[in-house]
Ligand binder design. Structure first.
Ligand SMILES: [Mg+2]
Length: 174
């Protein structure tokens, strides 16, 4: 069953992106971030970045850490969010497939081991990161999503998280 751990257990689990500090990333040699959008940076139904999210992007830029938003959502949604931030993005990313991540690291001129992947979903974000050699940071979803696909993923996530806890793989609280 350690195959589950390998592919689905996040390297790190945090309450929100704001717990991810540029100085901690730099200390670990991280040069770039690939981040999910919906329910990771803002709620799925929030069109634009909040002040806090803008400040977080600015902190990362100041520290020289590059960011690409990689989302499974469509161009309209992702472009409307990313353009005011002047941040690179990939839409229709098809996570957990890894192609979008490969494209992102190539464009940022970094390697997977210099990059962290941030996302709120185990079955897309964490799976895509872990199966392509990235450090994965899972965040608690900003807002729950009513879409059926997401609900199914959440159900599976809860089971896997419970399993990892039972096995003593994780210490963090949900
Ligand atoms: Mg998401």
């Amino acid at each position: 069953m350690s195959i589950l751990k390998k592919y689905l257990m996040p390297s790190q689990y945090v309450k929100n992106v704001f717990e991810i500090r540029p100085e901690d990333l730099k200390a670990r040699g991280v040069k770039a971030i690939i981040t999910d959008l919906d329910n990771t940076l803002v709620g799925w139904d929030v069109e634009l970045a909040t002040e806090e999210v803008i400040a977080w992007f600015n902190q990362m830029a100041k520290a020289g850490i590059k960011i690409t938003i990689v989302s499974n959502n469509n161009e309209t949604r992702v472009a409307a969010f990313a353009t005011p931030l002047k941040v690179d993005y990939i839409f229709n990313a098809r996570k957990p497939m890894g192609q979008a991540f490969k494209k992102a690291v190539k464009a940022m001129e970094v390697t997977p081991d210099e990059t962290v992947v941030i996302g709120d979903q185990m079955m897309t974000d964490v799976l895509a990161a872990n199966s392509n050699g990235f450090y994965s940071i899972m965040v608690v979803p900003v807002k729950s999503n009513d879409e059926w696909k997401t609900r199914v993923n959440r159900m599976m996530e809860r089971r896997f998280l419970a399993y990892f806890k039972r096995k003593g793989y994780i210490e963090w609280e949900e």
